[in-house]
Each structure stands twice: as structure tokens, then as C-alpha cells.
Ligand binder design. Sequence first.
Ligand SMILES: C[S@@+](CC[C@H](N)C(=O)[O-])C[C@H]1O[C@@H](n2cnc3c(N)ncnc32)[C@H](O)[C@@H]1O
Length: 300
Amino acid sequence: MARMPRWFNVLGPCGMRAAARGLALAGCMSLLQGCQSLPAETYTPKLGQIGKDVMWLPTRDELVHKLLAAAQVNPQDLVVDLGAGDGKIAIAAALQFGASAWGIEYNKDMAALAQRNAQRAGIADRVRIVQGDIFKEDFSQATVVTLYLLEELNAQLRPTLLAMRPGTRVLSNTFSMGDWEPDQVIQVKGGIGYFWTVPASVKGVWTVMGLDHRGPAQLTLHQHYQRLGGTLTWGSKIQPVLGARIEGTHLHFSFINADGLLQAVQAQVHGAVFSGEVVGPYGMVDVQPEIRKVSGQLNR
Ligand SMILES: C[S@@+](CC[C@H](N)C(=O)[O-])C[C@H]1O[C@@H](n2cnc3c(N)ncnc32)[C@H](O)[C@@H]1O
């Protein structure tokens, strides 16, 4: 089972026992919620108030929704908002998309407010806000990470994000990730956001079986984040791979087969191996493209 960060313990014995038994926490926490009728809120944060590394400004509702929708957040996801503010992104992820969510917020008053906001929204069973530093807390279990920080903070976090499980989605309000090109740019009136998917590392030399009747090929891949380039070699014959890219763990590229026809490879990468299919050629009247199994092994 994946390791829980220390602040998961804020669920207390009730939550931990339920989790240990593999039970949904909903029943347990809704009992707790039922006991907690919160008094009217007395803490009002100020727009622009100083945070540890960046001030507080909330992401606009429309952008929150569009960012989470772009990443296709769903009930299987664990969304972590780095610098959670009043908790609105974590709360939206749970309320609107059914996800579980954590928020990490340095300011203890804000963190407490965000947790109360989650309770008031009735989803405290799926939203945990912890008071902590985004540069110290372990959020490696997240499947979606959201940020509204600064360009230089994104640059500091980028190695950590790129080391997360391939396929992890990253969303940022306003600030980019340097030369890591976004998969999608999300625009709303007066705002912009970015969406990336953490790519598997595929650079290197692969031995590929099943491409065509010429036998095993050598596939050399160069990688710049999700963008790939490279060559395919059969003996002394070398050709460029076409349209190569990696989307999380999905590897795609095309090549010209021994008969001079375009074929496409779609494969899943698992560490140093991939497996998938070769499809095509297309556009031949009354001929269904043949589908063949293909596999690859990274040469160490
Ligand atoms: C621009 S606000 C974004 C709030 C929220 N994520 C949103 O989009 O609505 C940034 C938040 O990060 C918090 N923050 C700043 N430095 C932090 C750090 N090192 N660790 C945790 N939170 C931090 C600030 O207190 C502030 O609430």
C-alpha cells in the first residue's frame, strides 16, 4: 500500500481504522461532521496577504473549473493543491469532480479556514487541508497537482513534479514551467492556466520486436519532456521516427514499413519495456488495416 504522509493522521483513530479496513471514510466522517455545527466564520483573509513564498490570491471560479476539467479529474484522483489558500481548489475537486483532495497551506489561519470551508461544504471526508510547507511535505501520491505560485517557485518544484508517477497531471494558474511546454493552455476572461502530464522517461536505445517482417529494429529516442525524436534502424538501413510523443505512459510514433507504407505504433511504457500495437496502413479501399503486437526493451 502507498505510504501515507504524516498529516494523513489528522483523520485520527476513526479515520485510520476505517482506512486500514479498506472501508470508505465517508460514513465515519459524516458522523463526525454531524457532530460539528460550526459557528459563523470570524477569520477573514485579506487579498494579497503575505504567505511564506507567495501572497494569497484565490484562483477565479471559472479557471478552477476549467483547469480541473482539462485534467479530467474524477473520483479515482487524489488532487493536491500546493499553497491551498482558502481551500477552494481542493473543495471544487471534491464537490464538482468527486475526487479526494489535499491542500498544503503554510499560513495556519488559512489552513484552518480552508478545513472549516471543507466542513461547511460537507466534504470534509474527502478534503484534508494541512498546515505545512510545500517544499517539505510529501505529495508524491497525488495524481493531480495544482499550483498558483510564481514562475520561480514552479521552477523549483519542476524536478519534483517530473519525478512523480508518469501520467500525473499538473495544473498551474498563470505561471508556466519554463521550457516544459504545456499540453494545453486554458484561457478564461482575464486569466490563463496551463496543463501538463508527467511523461515517462523513454530516452535511450530500444530493441523493438514486431514492427514488420524485417525483424528486430533498433529504436533510438531523444526526449525533451513529452516531445520525442529519433531513428529506427534495421541493419544498415536507418529512418527517422515520425510524430513521436509520450503522453504519461502512452508512447506513440509512426514509421515507414518495408513496403513503403506509413504505420503507427501505440504502446504502453512500463519502466524499461513497452508493449502495444502497430496499426495501418490506412486509406486502402476495402482493406482493414492489420493490427500486430509490438514490444520494446530498453538496452542498458
Ligand atoms: C496565490 S495563493 C493560491 C491559493 C489557492 N491555491 C488558489 O489558487 O486559490 C498562494 C498560497 O500559497 C501559500 N503559500 C506560500 N508559500 C507557501 C509554502 N512554502 N508552503 C505552503 N503554502 C504556501 C500562501 O499563503 C497562499 O495562501
